[in-house]
Design a protein around this ligand. Structure first.
Ligand code: FEO
Length: 407
Protein backbone atom coordinates (compact mmCIF):
# COMPACT_ATOMS: atom_id res chain seq x y z
CA UNK A 1 0.00 0.00 0.00
CA UNK A 2 1.15 3.55 -0.65
CA UNK A 3 -0.09 6.66 1.11
CA UNK A 4 -1.39 9.20 -1.44
CA UNK A 5 -2.91 11.67 1.03
CA UNK A 6 -3.55 11.88 4.77
CA UNK A 7 -4.97 8.46 5.78
CA UNK A 8 -5.61 7.58 2.12
CA UNK A 9 -3.75 4.64 0.57
CA UNK A 10 -3.44 3.13 -2.91
CA UNK A 11 -4.11 -0.60 -2.57
CA UNK A 12 -4.36 -1.73 -6.18
CA UNK A 13 -2.69 -4.05 -8.65
CA UNK A 14 -0.56 -3.23 -11.69
CA UNK A 15 -1.29 -5.64 -14.54
CA UNK A 16 1.60 -5.49 -16.99
CA UNK A 17 0.34 -8.26 -19.28
CA UNK A 18 -1.21 -7.56 -22.68
CA UNK A 19 -4.65 -7.46 -21.14
CA UNK A 20 -7.73 -8.77 -23.00
CA UNK A 21 -10.39 -6.15 -22.39
CA UNK A 22 -13.86 -6.20 -23.99
CA UNK A 23 -13.04 -6.48 -27.70
CA UNK A 24 -9.55 -5.04 -27.27
CA UNK A 25 -6.09 -6.05 -26.18
CA UNK A 26 -4.49 -3.44 -23.92
CA UNK A 27 -0.97 -3.49 -25.30
CA UNK A 28 0.44 -1.34 -22.49
CA UNK A 29 -1.39 -3.26 -19.77
CA UNK A 30 -3.39 -1.45 -17.13
CA UNK A 31 -3.82 -1.17 -13.38
CA UNK A 32 -6.78 -1.72 -11.07
CA UNK A 33 -6.55 1.03 -8.50
CA UNK A 34 -8.31 0.42 -5.21
CA UNK A 35 -8.03 2.91 -2.36
CA UNK A 36 -8.23 2.47 1.38
CA UNK A 37 -9.17 5.27 3.75
CA UNK A 38 -8.25 4.61 7.37
CA UNK A 39 -10.10 7.09 9.54
CA UNK A 40 -12.12 6.30 12.70
CA UNK A 41 -14.01 4.13 10.28
CA UNK A 42 -12.34 2.36 7.39
CA UNK A 43 -13.54 2.42 3.80
CA UNK A 44 -12.25 0.67 0.72
CA UNK A 45 -12.99 2.25 -2.66
CA UNK A 46 -13.34 -0.39 -5.40
CA UNK A 47 -11.30 -3.60 -5.60
CA UNK A 48 -9.32 -5.21 -8.44
CA UNK A 49 -9.83 -7.54 -11.38
CA UNK A 50 -11.30 -10.94 -10.64
CA UNK A 51 -8.03 -12.56 -11.72
CA UNK A 52 -6.23 -10.95 -8.79
CA UNK A 53 -9.09 -11.19 -6.29
CA UNK A 54 -7.52 -13.69 -3.89
CA UNK A 55 -4.14 -11.94 -3.97
CA UNK A 56 -5.88 -8.65 -3.21
CA UNK A 57 -7.90 -9.98 -0.28
CA UNK A 58 -4.84 -11.71 1.21
CA UNK A 59 -2.77 -8.55 0.82
CA UNK A 60 -5.44 -6.34 2.38
CA UNK A 61 -5.82 -8.89 5.18
CA UNK A 62 -2.12 -8.61 5.94
CA UNK A 63 -2.46 -4.82 6.32
CA UNK A 64 -5.57 -4.73 8.49
CA UNK A 65 -8.12 -6.82 10.31
CA UNK A 66 -10.74 -7.34 7.62
CA UNK A 67 -13.43 -7.56 10.30
CA UNK A 68 -12.66 -3.89 11.01
CA UNK A 69 -13.50 -2.81 7.47
CA UNK A 70 -16.67 -0.71 7.67
CA UNK A 71 -17.46 0.11 4.05
CA UNK A 72 -16.68 -1.25 0.60
CA UNK A 73 -17.55 1.40 -1.95
CA UNK A 74 -18.43 0.02 -5.40
CA UNK A 75 -18.37 2.87 -7.90
CA UNK A 76 -18.83 0.52 -10.87
CA UNK A 77 -19.76 -3.15 -11.00
CA UNK A 78 -17.60 -4.42 -13.88
CA UNK A 79 -15.42 -7.29 -12.68
CA UNK A 80 -12.14 -5.46 -13.28
CA UNK A 81 -13.09 -3.37 -10.23
CA UNK A 82 -15.52 -5.50 -8.29
CA UNK A 83 -13.64 -8.76 -8.93
CA UNK A 84 -12.52 -9.27 -5.33
CA UNK A 85 -15.86 -8.30 -3.82
CA UNK A 86 -17.24 -11.81 -3.31
CA UNK A 87 -14.17 -13.09 -1.46
CA UNK A 88 -13.76 -9.83 0.45
CA UNK A 89 -17.39 -9.60 1.54
CA UNK A 90 -17.15 -13.13 2.98
CA UNK A 91 -14.11 -12.19 5.09
CA UNK A 92 -14.99 -8.58 5.90
CA UNK A 93 -18.28 -9.64 7.45
CA UNK A 94 -19.02 -6.28 9.07
CA UNK A 95 -18.55 -4.17 5.96
CA UNK A 96 -21.54 -2.55 4.29
CA UNK A 97 -21.36 -2.49 0.51
CA UNK A 98 -22.07 1.01 -0.73
CA UNK A 99 -23.37 1.48 -4.28
CA UNK A 100 -26.22 2.83 -6.40
CA UNK A 101 -29.60 1.12 -6.54
CA UNK A 102 -28.84 -0.16 -10.05
CA UNK A 103 -25.72 -1.90 -8.82
CA UNK A 104 -27.34 -3.90 -6.02
CA UNK A 105 -28.98 -6.64 -8.06
CA UNK A 106 -26.01 -6.98 -10.38
CA UNK A 107 -23.64 -7.46 -7.44
CA UNK A 108 -26.03 -9.81 -5.62
CA UNK A 109 -26.17 -11.96 -8.72
CA UNK A 110 -22.46 -11.74 -9.54
CA UNK A 111 -21.14 -12.50 -6.06
CA UNK A 112 -24.02 -14.17 -4.15
CA UNK A 113 -24.17 -11.42 -1.55
CA UNK A 114 -27.21 -10.92 0.71
CA UNK A 115 -29.30 -7.84 0.08
CA UNK A 116 -28.94 -6.76 3.73
CA UNK A 117 -25.25 -6.07 3.20
CA UNK A 118 -25.92 -3.21 0.77
CA UNK A 119 -26.22 0.47 1.55
CA UNK A 120 -27.76 2.27 -1.42
CA UNK A 121 -26.63 5.84 -2.02
CA UNK A 122 -27.92 8.58 -4.29
CA UNK A 123 -26.40 11.82 -5.50
CA UNK A 124 -25.48 14.05 -2.58
CA UNK A 125 -25.52 11.33 0.09
CA UNK A 126 -22.64 11.43 2.55
CA UNK A 127 -20.93 8.96 4.86
CA UNK A 128 -18.81 10.27 7.71
CA UNK A 129 -15.73 8.21 8.49
CA UNK A 130 -14.77 10.38 11.47
CA UNK A 131 -12.60 13.30 10.38
CA UNK A 132 -13.27 12.60 6.70
CA UNK A 133 -16.43 12.51 4.66
CA UNK A 134 -17.36 10.62 1.52
CA UNK A 135 -19.89 12.19 -0.84
CA UNK A 136 -21.48 10.27 -3.70
CA UNK A 137 -22.66 11.42 -7.13
CA UNK A 138 -24.38 9.18 -9.66
CA UNK A 139 -22.83 9.33 -13.15
CA UNK A 140 -25.10 6.98 -15.13
CA UNK A 141 -23.80 5.34 -18.31
CA UNK A 142 -20.19 6.38 -17.78
CA UNK A 143 -19.87 3.86 -18.87
CA UNK A 144 -22.61 1.60 -17.48
CA UNK A 145 -25.91 2.48 -15.91
CA UNK A 146 -25.01 1.89 -12.24
CA UNK A 147 -21.85 4.01 -12.10
CA UNK A 148 -21.16 6.70 -9.53
CA UNK A 149 -18.16 8.71 -8.36
CA UNK A 150 -17.00 9.20 -4.78
CA UNK A 151 -15.59 12.47 -3.46
CA UNK A 152 -13.47 12.72 -0.33
CA UNK A 153 -14.40 16.17 0.85
CA UNK A 154 -11.60 17.06 3.28
CA UNK A 155 -8.79 15.86 1.00
CA UNK A 156 -10.48 17.17 -2.18
CA UNK A 157 -9.99 13.85 -3.96
CA UNK A 158 -12.33 12.51 -6.60
CA UNK A 159 -12.51 8.73 -7.04
CA UNK A 160 -14.25 8.35 -10.43
CA UNK A 161 -13.40 4.69 -11.18
CA UNK A 162 -13.27 4.32 -14.99
CA UNK A 163 -13.73 8.03 -15.72
CA UNK A 164 -10.46 9.96 -16.22
CA UNK A 165 -8.55 6.66 -16.41
CA UNK A 166 -5.65 5.57 -18.62
CA UNK A 167 -4.80 2.03 -19.64
CA UNK A 168 -1.10 1.90 -18.79
CA UNK A 169 0.81 -0.38 -16.44
CA UNK A 170 3.59 1.49 -14.66
CA UNK A 171 5.35 -0.28 -11.83
CA UNK A 172 7.31 2.82 -10.88
CA UNK A 173 5.11 5.88 -11.10
CA UNK A 174 1.69 5.95 -9.46
CA UNK A 175 0.81 9.54 -10.23
CA UNK A 176 1.53 12.07 -12.97
CA UNK A 177 3.64 14.19 -10.61
CA UNK A 178 6.12 11.29 -10.42
CA UNK A 179 6.66 11.34 -14.19
CA UNK A 180 9.43 13.30 -15.81
CA UNK A 181 6.93 14.61 -18.33
CA UNK A 182 3.34 14.59 -17.08
CA UNK A 183 2.11 15.32 -20.61
CA UNK A 184 3.51 11.99 -21.81
CA UNK A 185 0.25 10.38 -20.67
CA UNK A 186 -2.00 12.63 -22.73
CA UNK A 187 -2.13 10.44 -25.81
CA UNK A 188 -3.10 7.35 -23.78
CA UNK A 189 -5.56 9.44 -21.77
CA UNK A 190 -7.27 10.59 -24.99
CA UNK A 191 -7.26 7.10 -26.51
CA UNK A 192 -8.96 5.81 -23.36
CA UNK A 193 -11.60 8.55 -23.63
CA UNK A 194 -12.22 7.68 -27.26
CA UNK A 195 -12.56 3.94 -26.60
CA UNK A 196 -14.47 3.85 -23.35
CA UNK A 197 -16.19 7.19 -22.80
CA UNK A 198 -16.84 8.66 -26.24
CA UNK A 199 -19.48 6.03 -27.14
CA UNK A 200 -21.37 7.37 -24.07
CA UNK A 201 -20.59 11.02 -24.81
CA UNK A 202 -24.12 12.28 -24.21
CA UNK A 203 -23.56 11.51 -20.51
CA UNK A 204 -20.20 13.29 -20.27
CA UNK A 205 -21.44 16.89 -19.98
CA UNK A 206 -23.84 16.12 -17.08
CA UNK A 207 -20.88 14.47 -15.32
CA UNK A 208 -18.69 17.52 -16.02
CA UNK A 209 -21.37 19.71 -14.41
CA UNK A 210 -21.15 17.57 -11.28
CA UNK A 211 -17.36 17.56 -11.21
CA UNK A 212 -17.04 21.30 -11.78
CA UNK A 213 -19.07 21.99 -8.65
CA UNK A 214 -16.54 20.07 -6.56
CA UNK A 215 -13.28 21.51 -5.32
CA UNK A 216 -10.89 18.88 -6.68
CA UNK A 217 -7.13 18.76 -6.13
CA UNK A 218 -6.58 15.13 -7.06
CA UNK A 219 -8.37 12.66 -9.33
CA UNK A 220 -7.73 9.07 -8.30
CA UNK A 221 -9.17 6.87 -11.06
CA UNK A 222 -9.23 3.09 -11.11
CA UNK A 223 -6.96 2.55 -14.14
CA UNK A 224 -3.58 4.15 -14.72
CA UNK A 225 -2.11 7.27 -13.22
CA UNK A 226 -3.44 9.30 -10.33
CA UNK A 227 -3.90 12.86 -11.57
CA UNK A 228 -2.43 14.92 -8.76
CA UNK A 229 -1.69 18.15 -10.59
CA UNK A 230 -3.49 20.36 -13.11
CA UNK A 231 -6.72 18.39 -12.75
CA UNK A 232 -8.55 21.07 -14.79
CA UNK A 233 -6.57 20.00 -17.84
CA UNK A 234 -7.95 16.45 -17.73
CA UNK A 235 -11.50 17.59 -17.00
CA UNK A 236 -11.11 20.05 -19.90
CA UNK A 237 -10.20 17.29 -22.35
CA UNK A 238 -13.43 15.43 -21.53
CA UNK A 239 -15.48 18.61 -21.75
CA UNK A 240 -13.94 19.73 -25.03
CA UNK A 241 -14.59 16.36 -26.68
CA UNK A 242 -18.16 16.18 -25.40
CA UNK A 243 -18.94 19.72 -26.57
CA UNK A 244 -17.56 18.91 -29.99
CA UNK A 245 -19.78 15.83 -30.23
CA UNK A 246 -22.82 17.87 -29.23
CA UNK A 247 -22.31 19.97 -32.36
CA UNK A 248 -22.18 16.91 -34.62
CA UNK A 249 -24.93 14.50 -33.64
CA UNK A 250 -24.80 11.34 -35.73
CA UNK A 251 -27.73 9.06 -36.45
CA UNK A 252 -27.21 5.64 -37.97
CA UNK A 253 -29.88 3.69 -39.82
CA UNK A 254 -29.27 -0.01 -40.39
CA UNK A 255 -31.76 -2.02 -42.35
CA UNK A 256 -32.46 -5.15 -44.34
CA UNK A 257 -35.21 -5.34 -46.90
CA UNK A 258 -37.11 -8.05 -48.77
CA UNK A 259 -39.54 -6.22 -51.02
CA UNK A 260 -37.95 -2.76 -50.79
CA UNK A 261 -40.52 -1.34 -48.36
CA UNK A 262 -38.25 -1.34 -45.29
CA UNK A 263 -35.56 0.29 -47.43
CA UNK A 264 -38.11 2.93 -48.39
CA UNK A 265 -38.89 3.47 -44.69
CA UNK A 266 -35.17 3.87 -44.03
CA UNK A 267 -34.95 6.56 -46.71
CA UNK A 268 -37.98 8.39 -45.32
CA UNK A 269 -36.52 8.33 -41.80
CA UNK A 270 -33.15 9.47 -43.14
CA UNK A 271 -34.73 12.47 -44.87
CA UNK A 272 -36.64 13.43 -41.74
CA UNK A 273 -33.54 13.22 -39.54
CA UNK A 274 -31.56 15.30 -42.05
CA UNK A 275 -34.31 17.92 -41.75
CA UNK A 276 -33.66 17.92 -38.00
CA UNK A 277 -30.04 18.86 -38.72
CA UNK A 278 -28.29 15.60 -37.85
CA UNK A 279 -25.58 13.77 -39.72
CA UNK A 280 -27.26 10.60 -40.98
CA UNK A 281 -25.75 7.44 -42.39
CA UNK A 282 -27.94 4.71 -43.80
CA UNK A 283 -26.61 1.19 -44.41
CA UNK A 284 -28.14 -1.94 -45.91
CA UNK A 285 -26.71 -4.61 -43.59
CA UNK A 286 -26.63 -7.19 -46.38
CA UNK A 287 -24.02 -5.09 -48.13
CA UNK A 288 -21.75 -4.29 -45.19
CA UNK A 289 -19.00 -6.02 -43.22
CA UNK A 290 -19.87 -6.98 -39.65
CA UNK A 291 -16.90 -5.22 -38.01
CA UNK A 292 -17.52 -2.07 -40.02
CA UNK A 293 -21.17 -1.97 -38.92
CA UNK A 294 -20.25 -2.59 -35.26
CA UNK A 295 -17.81 0.33 -35.33
CA UNK A 296 -20.50 2.57 -36.80
CA UNK A 297 -22.93 1.56 -34.05
CA UNK A 298 -20.33 2.29 -31.39
CA UNK A 299 -19.77 5.85 -32.58
CA UNK A 300 -23.32 6.83 -33.50
CA UNK A 301 -25.40 8.92 -31.11
CA UNK A 302 -28.47 6.85 -31.89
CA UNK A 303 -29.30 3.88 -34.09
CA UNK A 304 -32.44 2.87 -35.96
CA UNK A 305 -32.65 -0.83 -36.80
CA UNK A 306 -34.99 -1.70 -39.68
CA UNK A 307 -36.15 -5.15 -40.67
CA UNK A 308 -38.69 -6.96 -42.78
CA UNK A 309 -40.32 -10.06 -41.34
CA UNK A 310 -39.81 -13.46 -42.92
CA UNK A 311 -41.63 -16.44 -41.41
CA UNK A 312 -42.01 -14.48 -38.15
CA UNK A 313 -38.27 -13.83 -37.99
CA UNK A 314 -35.47 -11.43 -39.00
CA UNK A 315 -34.15 -12.19 -42.50
CA UNK A 316 -30.53 -11.78 -43.56
CA UNK A 317 -27.57 -10.94 -41.33
CA UNK A 318 -29.11 -8.25 -39.09
CA UNK A 319 -29.53 -10.73 -36.27
CA UNK A 320 -25.79 -11.50 -36.32
CA UNK A 321 -25.21 -7.78 -35.71
CA UNK A 322 -27.81 -7.63 -32.95
CA UNK A 323 -26.15 -10.55 -31.17
CA UNK A 324 -22.92 -8.54 -30.95
CA UNK A 325 -24.51 -5.50 -29.30
CA UNK A 326 -23.85 -6.78 -25.79
CA UNK A 327 -20.13 -6.69 -26.51
CA UNK A 328 -20.21 -3.04 -27.55
CA UNK A 329 -20.26 0.18 -25.57
CA UNK A 330 -23.94 0.88 -26.25
CA UNK A 331 -25.55 1.02 -22.81
CA UNK A 332 -27.86 4.01 -22.65
CA UNK A 333 -27.56 4.80 -26.36
CA UNK A 334 -30.93 5.73 -27.93
CA UNK A 335 -32.22 3.19 -30.44
CA UNK A 336 -35.45 2.10 -32.09
CA UNK A 337 -36.73 -0.71 -34.28
CA UNK A 338 -38.75 -0.21 -37.43
CA UNK A 339 -39.92 -2.24 -40.39
CA UNK A 340 -42.52 -2.92 -43.02
CA UNK A 341 -44.48 -6.16 -42.89
CA UNK A 342 -47.15 -7.99 -44.83
CA UNK A 343 -48.83 -10.28 -42.32
CA UNK A 344 -47.76 -10.15 -38.69
CA UNK A 345 -44.45 -8.19 -38.42
CA UNK A 346 -42.87 -10.05 -35.49
CA UNK A 347 -39.26 -9.24 -36.48
CA UNK A 348 -39.31 -5.69 -35.10
CA UNK A 349 -40.32 -7.07 -31.71
CA UNK A 350 -37.37 -9.47 -31.82
CA UNK A 351 -35.09 -6.52 -32.68
CA UNK A 352 -36.58 -4.61 -29.76
CA UNK A 353 -35.69 -7.47 -27.38
CA UNK A 354 -32.07 -7.40 -28.55
CA UNK A 355 -31.82 -3.63 -28.07
CA UNK A 356 -33.23 -3.82 -24.56
CA UNK A 357 -31.06 -6.84 -23.74
CA UNK A 358 -27.94 -4.87 -24.67
CA UNK A 359 -29.00 -2.01 -22.38
CA UNK A 360 -29.76 0.41 -25.21
CA UNK A 361 -32.36 3.09 -24.57
CA UNK A 362 -34.84 1.50 -26.97
CA UNK A 363 -37.86 3.65 -27.70
CA UNK A 364 -41.17 2.00 -26.88
CA UNK A 365 -44.67 3.45 -27.27
CA UNK A 366 -45.58 3.08 -23.59
CA UNK A 367 -42.45 4.99 -22.49
CA UNK A 368 -43.08 7.74 -25.04
CA UNK A 369 -46.66 8.12 -23.79
CA UNK A 370 -45.48 8.28 -20.17
CA UNK A 371 -42.71 10.79 -20.83
CA UNK A 372 -44.34 13.04 -23.46
CA UNK A 373 -48.09 12.31 -23.34
CA UNK A 374 -47.97 11.56 -27.08
CA UNK A 375 -50.22 8.56 -27.65
CA UNK A 376 -50.14 8.70 -31.45
CA UNK A 377 -46.58 7.54 -31.99
CA UNK A 378 -45.68 3.87 -32.39
CA UNK A 379 -42.43 2.20 -31.28
CA UNK A 380 -41.30 -0.22 -32.53
CA UNK A 381 -42.41 1.52 -35.72
CA UNK A 382 -44.26 -0.98 -37.89
CA UNK A 383 -46.06 -0.23 -41.15
CA UNK A 384 -47.99 -2.60 -43.38
CA UNK A 385 -46.68 -2.90 -46.97
CA UNK A 386 -45.88 0.45 -48.59
CA UNK A 387 -44.66 3.06 -46.07
CA UNK A 388 -45.85 5.87 -48.31
CA UNK A 389 -49.28 5.16 -46.85
CA UNK A 390 -47.88 5.95 -43.39
CA UNK A 391 -46.00 9.19 -44.02
CA UNK A 392 -47.49 10.95 -40.99
CA UNK A 393 -46.56 8.14 -38.57
CA UNK A 394 -43.00 7.97 -39.91
CA UNK A 395 -42.54 11.73 -39.66
CA UNK A 396 -43.76 11.71 -36.07
CA UNK A 397 -41.56 8.75 -35.10
CA UNK A 398 -38.52 10.45 -36.65
CA UNK A 399 -39.26 13.56 -34.65
CA UNK A 400 -39.47 11.61 -31.36
CA UNK A 401 -36.24 9.79 -32.21
CA UNK A 402 -34.60 13.13 -33.03
CA UNK A 403 -35.50 14.39 -29.55
CA UNK A 404 -34.06 11.23 -28.03
CA UNK A 405 -30.67 11.59 -29.69
CA UNK A 406 -30.33 15.33 -29.22
CA UNK A 407 -27.93 16.04 -26.32
FE1 FEO B 1 -12.64 -0.57 -15.81
FE2 FEO B 1 -15.78 -0.48 -16.88
O1 FEO B 1 -14.30 -1.26 -16.09
Amino acid sequence: MREIADKVYWAGKVDDRKVPFHRLILEKGTSYNAYLIKDEKTALIDTVDMLYGKEFVDSLGSEMDLLALDYIIVNHTEPDHSGALGALARKAKNARIVCTAYAVYELMEMYKIDKERFLVVRTGDEISLGEKTLVFHETPFLHTEETMVTYLKEEKILFPCDIFSTHVADNDALSVSELEDADSILEDFKVYYKLIMDPHRRYVLPMIDVVKKLDIEMIAPSHGYILDQNVEKYIGIYEENALESKENVKALILFNTMSGNTKKMARMLENELLEHGFEVESTNTEKAELEEVLTKIQYADGVLFGTSTKYADIPGNLEAILKELKELEVEGKPAAAFGSYGWSGEAVEVVQDYLTGAGMKALRSSDVIKSTGMSNVEFPLRVRFNPENSTKEIKLAASVFADAIRF
